[in-house]
Design a protein around this ligand. Structure first.
Ligand SMILES: Nc1ncnc2c1ncn2[C@@H]1O[C@H](COP(=O)(O)OP(=O)(O)OP(=O)(O)O)[C@@H](O)[C@H]1O
Length: 441
């Protein structure tokens, strides 16, 4: 990449040279894993007032996440269930205390604010949740629900609040005459509109939307998303928009961040991310979008294996245990085909995913007519001997130690910025495949 290209690639996307509205730096959240007898045993009363941590287990829900959001944009955050999206959102909002890292809102560290300053800033930062049903008090009339945050922040007098609530109901596409109705009289989509009106009542600058349309019928989703877009333009809002559904993310976002097992693996402008994805996980996610053609059934490209536990995430790149593009250790000189065979064999042995047969049959099934040359072939041969003796775990350990652990993917966390093909924004792809064409971050 030339200097000019690199310079362009590091510039922000929207509101280009302005300072970000929100800057998240190295944000980390670990929860104690207190489920079960073992973790109870691992805690003992200490000398002081607390408990001594004797090897307590931690759920590493969010790990060293950094990104920026610029005024007026929507950053979409996408990832599978359990990857840490909600925890990230709640930690940003200081609803839960970060284990490490900082969140700067308009350049000020939210964690360092005293109670009153944080309270004032909270007015500027609102959140809407997935379930519009449970977040609305069924005993309160809709008008009062919308007025509640204004009352909490001492905004307007009674009649001023009512006038604003009615105006907001109309802005979000509801009938202001319904001010005196109760939430149960509204459909799911309408209830989410009530939530929107409530969030906007205190005139925030930044709204964190945690799966706001996931509980709605697909036909309603687009309408609510369009309203959110219109409100964004009218009120100058900035959104962090969380969803597990890529088509929703595509509809609403300007830039997209992809999360996997507590970390961001890719971040780019929307078009760049969808047209030129550079992380194998993003590519797998994109390939698993249901194809909108009734003649094509089901989904494609579903990933192999399960997401590892966030209690013991893989070293290096967290996606490497499922990655179809794991990089071969430099000690071996393998062709691409041989490395693909070794990887497939290692995965299958680790997962016990085939029936045991004789050595020749195993060899033929995974390697065809001949094993790789040299040391790699000798290791594979030893592993096959162990399998023939039904020593699966030893074979798996040998293959993992020889082929997986020495891979750069297992040793270092990847941090690369790659040249963007679409638009002029930064494109971050945390994959070691880019160690030559990308610039380190
Ligand atoms: N209070 C908690 N204590 C322990 N573990 C937690 C806690 N909250 C979340 N986790 C764990 O942290 C990980 C991330 O959870 P989180 O809810 O943030 O993911 P998510 O991507 O928002 O998923 P979903 O879309 O299903 O809500 C999960 O493994 C979850 O079990």
């Amino acid at each position: 990449m030339s200097d000019t290209e690199r310079q362009t690639a590091t510039e922000p996307t929207v509101a280009s040279r302005d300072d970000p509205l929100l800057r998240v730096e190295g944000l980390t959240k670990h929860f104690p894993n207190d489920e079960g007898f073992l973790s109870w045993l691992q805690l003992r009363p200490g000398d002081g007032d607390g408990l001594v941590d004797l090897g307590r287990e931690w759920v590493r829900a969010v790990e060293d996440v950094s990104f920026e959001i610029y005024e007026g944009e929507t950053l979409g955050l996408v990832g599978e269930s359990g990857c840490g999206k909600s925890t990230l959102a709640r930690t940003i909002l200081q609803l839960i205390e970060p284990t490490d890292g900082s969140v700067y809102f308009r350049g000020e560290d939210l964690a360092a604010m005293d109670g009153e300053t944080l309270r004032r800033n909270r007015r500027d930062i609102q959140m809407i949740f997935q379930d519009p049903q449970s977040s609305l008090d069924p005993r309160m009339k809709v008008g009062k629900i919308v007025e509640e945050p204004m009352r909490a922040h001492g905004m307007y007098d009674e009649s001023g609040r009512e006038a604003r609530a009615r105006e907001l109901l109309s802005k979000v596409g509801l009938d202001p005459q319904h001010y005196n109705r109760y939430p149960h009289a509204f459909s799911g989509g309408q209830r989410q509109r009530i939530n929107l009106a409530r969030a906007l009542s205190v005139n925030p600058d930044f709204v964190v939307c945690d799966e706001p349309v996931s509980a709605l019928d697909v036909s309603i989703q687009a309408q609510v998303l369009n309203t959110m877009r219109e409100l964004q333009a009218e009120f100058g809002l900035t959104y962090l928009f969380i969803a597990h559904d890529l088509s929703v993310i595509r509809h609403i976002s300007d830039r997209v961040a992809v999360m996997y097992l507590g970390q961001l693996v890719e971040l780019a402008e929307k078009e760049e991310l969808f047209e030129n994805p550079q992380h194998p996980y993003t590519r797998a996610l994109l390939e698993s979008i249901p194809v909108p053609d009734p003649r094509v059934e089901g989904t494609r490209g579903v990933l192999e294996g399960d997401v590892p536990s966030p209690i013991e995430p893989p070293s290096g790149c967290r996606f490497r245990t499922r990655c179809p593009e794991l990089i071969a250790p430099s000690a071996f000189e393998l062709t691409d085909e041989e490395w693909a065979q070794v990887r497939q064999f290692t995965r299958s042995v680790t997962r016990h995913s085939f029936e045991l047969a004789g050595a020749n049959a195993i060899r033929a099934e995974f390697f065809g007519p001949r094993l790789p040359d040299g040391e790699a072939g000798r290791i594979v041969s030893r592993a096959i001997d162990l399998l023939v003796d039904d020593r699966w775990d030893e074979a798996a350990a040998l293959l993992t130690e020889s082929f997986t652990d020495p891979s750069i993917c297992a040793r270092e966390r990847p941090r690369y910025e790659v040249p963007a093909e679409y638009g002029s924004g930064r494109h971050v792809a945390e994959c070691h495949r880019h160690r030559e064409d990308g610039s380190g971050r």
